[in-house]
Design a protein around this ligand. Structure first.
Ligand code: SF4
Ligand code: FES
Length: 233
């Protein structure tokens, strides 16, 4: 099986290169997922840099660009990939080394939406109850693993990474304006009503197309727009 992998160490290399690798069927030995193959390549070339942790599609750390499309290596079957399998870092992010990118900007935008419950009222004695229907409204919003596949496939984010929040952060913004236990709806909507933070989304839909968890950030962004429109009326 043939691979072409982006190699770059900014402090040493003048420019990135695509390095060719081959794994023979004997070495592959029944490897099923792309991450398995990467681990085998790492055993041959320990200088190859990539992130990984859970191997189960829940930590989000092995997000990368796989044959031109963002995804998680650990849940991408090798049999679905055409050769040479070309691996690049997530687009639009500063490269730290090879397939490892600096996600500080992504996390900064995530923190900006205050992804926690806000309720200045008295602390409840036991819990903050929710009806089953209120809880159901969070389905499709809370499962995000912050892999950044969506945000780094969004041209609007590439153009305005400082000012546009990006699909992952906006999905979380919608998660908290939807939560019946949160008491900061007005303030949250004030923060979002901005030509850049929200309205740089042009419904390109790459985010929804690539999300490895099957979430729909584009729909969440429409939901925020609808709330703002209703408030204006
Ligand atoms: Fe990843 Fe999907 Fe969350 Fe975006 S919405 S960060 S693609 S899990
Ligand atoms: Fe955790 Fe792939 S290693 S999501």
């Amino acid at each position: 099986m043939r691979f072409r992998i982006y190699r770059y160490r900014p402090e040493e290399d003048s420019a990135p290169v695509l390095q060719d690798y081959v794994l023979t069927p004997e070495v592959l030995d029944g490897a099923v997922m792309l991450l398995d193959a990467l681990m085998l390549l790492k055993a041959q070339d320990e200088t190859l840099g990539f992130r990984r942790s859970c191997r189960e599609g829940v930590c989000g750390s092995d997000a990368m660009n796989i044959n031109g499309r963002n995804g998680l290596a650990c849940i991408t079957p090798l049999k679905d990939l055409r050769e040479p399998i070309t691996l690049r870092p997530l687009p639009g992010m500063p490269v730290i080394r090879d397939l490892v990118v600096d996600l500080s900007g992504f996390y900064r935008q995530y923190r900006a939406v205050r992804p926690w419950l806000i309720d200045e009222g008295p602390e409840p004695e036991i819990e903050r109850p929710q009806s089953p229907a209120e809880r159901d409204r969070l389905d499709g919003l809370y499962e995000c693993i912050l892999c950044a596949c969506c945000t780094t496939s969004c041209p609007s984010f590439w153009w305005n990474p400082e000012r546009f929040l990006g699909p992952a952060a906006l999905l979380q913004a919608y998660r908290f304006v939807t939560d019946s236990r949160d008491k900061a709806l007005g303030v949250r909507l004030d923060d979002l009503e901005d030509p850049y933070r929200l309205y740089r989304c042009h419904s390109i839909m790459n985010c929804t197309d690539v999300c490895p968890k099957g979430l729909d950030p584009a729909r969440a962004i429409s939901g925020i727009r609808a709330l703002l429109a209703r408030r204006r009326l």
